[in-house]
Design a protein around this ligand. Structure first.
Ligand code: HXC
Length: 258
């Protein structure tokens, strides 16, 4: 598929997906959603890809869903089309790890898109917000759910009700982002993290992702049991034998995803 609203670059086991609608600060329209879903599925089925980095521009990761696209839609249309349903959710369904590298605005659907990723690395200039309330609507793809799980009720209510933005420092302190780095170093840091992940056994990587995500879905006792059983299951892999042998032999493990 040829892309118009994103740029995909696969190099050294990392697929970098760059949102590319600069005139609209990467606002999410139907085309972008379709292309993003296609890029996620292509990355998932490409054996060379071991980690995905999702990013935008220095000014904006994404300033939200495309307001011009939504403005005249009726309830019947958005309900019938399930607007912002399965397609954008492709980012949260991909089994390979996805790092969001966020600079500038990550607002509304942009903040929600970043939260669909496995973790967020933010530049010092990043600004997160759920300003949909200013448009007479509300968050629609995770701003009241994932944000609440990430930062707790007080900040999630504050962000969603007042529409104020959170800067990178506050986002890191609140647990929304995993690290804050100088703006010029954002991609270097994100690629470094992706390279670290790419060195691991893909089986362990996907298992970790499933287990951490499971913690949001089930009670603690169920989650712990799931974790332990997945941990047990990794003893069926060659990579477990290799990883533990390599440690004891004081050498670098050579994982083969088997
Ligand atoms: C469509 C957008 C846009 C958006 C910006 N633009 N955000 N177009 N949808 N969400 C466009 C502007 O219209 C403008 O186009 C150009 O991008 C540059 O934006 P400016 O406003 O001129 O830039 P600036 O003054 O720097 O302000 C940046 C900003 C502001 C603070 C990010 O653009 C802004 O507040 N944007 C809207 C943020 C928002 O409300 N997001 C939530 C959307 S609803 P022109 O043609 O004039 O140059 C949503 C629903 C989620 O996300 C639920 C389901 C997914």
């Amino acid at each position: 598929m040829a892309y118009e609203t994103i740029i995909v670059d696969v190099e050294d086991h990392i697929a970098t997906v760059t949102l590319n609608r600069p005139d609209a600060l990467n606002a999410i329209n139907s085309e972008l959603m379709t292309e993003l879903a296609d890029a996620m599925s292509a990355a998932q089925s490409n054996d060379k890809v071991r980690c995905i980095v999702l990013t935008g521009s220095e000014k904006a990761f994404a300033a939200g869903a495309d307001i011009a696209m939504m403005k005249d839609k009726t309830y019947v249309e958005v309900f019938t089309d399930d607007l912002f349903g399965p397609e954008i959710d492709a980012v949260s369904r991909v089994r390979k790890p996805v790092i969001a590298a966020v600079s500038g605005y990550a607002l509304g659907g942009g903040c929600e898109l970043a939260m669909m990723c496995d973790f967020i690395i933010a530049s010092e200039s990043a600004k997160f917000g759920q300003p949909e309330i200013n448009l007479g609507v509300m968050a629609g793809i995770g701003g009241t759910q994932r944000l609440t799980r990430a930062v707790g009720k007080a900040k999630a209510m504050d962000m969603n009700l007042t529409g104020r933005f959170m800067d990178a420092k506050e986002a890191e302190a609140a647990g929304l982002v995993s690290r804050v780095v100088p703006t010029k170093k954002l991609m270097e840091e994100a690629m470094g993290a992706a390279e670290k992940i790419a060195e691991k056994s893909m089986i362990s990587v996907m298992a970790v992702k499933e287990a951490v995500n499971r913690s949001f879905e089930v009670p603690l006792r169920e989650g712990l049991l799931f974790e332990r059983r997945v941990f047990h299951s990794l003893f069926a892999t060659e990579d477990q034998k290799e990883g533990m042998a390599a440690f004891l032999e004081k050498r670098q493990a050579q994982f083969r995803d088997k």
